[in-house]
Design a protein around this ligand. Sequence first.
Ligand SMILES: Nc1ncnc2c1ncn2[C@@H]1O[C@H](COP(=O)(O)OP(=O)(O)OP(=O)(O)O)[C@@H](O)[C@H]1O
Length: 255
Amino acid sequence: MTTVLRCDDLAAGYTKGRPCVRGLDLELNNGQILAMLGPNGAGKTTVLLTMAGLLPSLDGAVEVNGTRLHPGDARGTSRAGLVLVPDNRALFTTLTVAENLRLAVSARRTWTKERDRILNYFPALGDRLKVAAGALSGGEQQMLAIGRALAQNPSVLLIDEMSMGLAPVIVERLLPVMRQVADDTDTAIVLVEQHVALALEVADTAVVLRHGEKVLEGDAAELKADPARIEQAYLGEHADPGGGVGAALPADAVK
Ligand SMILES: Nc1ncnc2c1ncn2[C@@H]1O[C@H](COP(=O)(O)OP(=O)(O)OP(=O)(O)O)[C@@H](O)[C@H]1O
């Protein structure tokens, strides 16, 4: 396995001199899934936006396939093979499903092959190709957003809150597809996810961020088997796990 994504001492945020994420080191191999967890406001989205070049880093470095990315260079970042699925999905809502996918396929002659490859992961989109993206259900929109990212054949795929606004049953169906994608294509995937237990089910490794710092890192299966460690990481050292676990964790958290 090769390291495809690396963050070294990354600082990120919105104001110079006031980073809201500090000292972040991450490493991810091809074909691996990293679950990035943490309470609201921990800095997860900020990290993804920074890695994707949509927010200039304040310090440190991000590398994709050994190439150091230029801070804030979204175009160069996507050329290096890193693609972000943002939490708002950013679809062209008045264009059809097929048109949204087609825009992401660079070589026209491979279009039908690429479309079929994506429909293989998301067969539900097959009947919806001529429907406007804005008329799809939330789950279908998420499938399309991920399908569009896959059409770019990324080395690294970042998915921010795939489950936002979706019923848990849909999330339960979508997350294993991401495992399949990682296994089939060797893509490295970073999943920012509030459904902690479901994310740990499909991930290889996990990190928990709190107040902009990595407070826990480990093997996903080991962390899933030890929910108290995750709860403690969400709550912090001085919290009383007996009293307030539910407060910091999302509803379905670690069961
Ligand atoms: N556009 C912005 N300008 C200034 N500060 C921001 C902006 N967006 C987020 N922040 C701040 O950055 C910090 C990290 O927020 P971020 O959205 O990255 O956290 P998160 O872990 O993704 O949270 P959530 O799970 O709620 O999405 C928070 O303190 C937040 O208030």
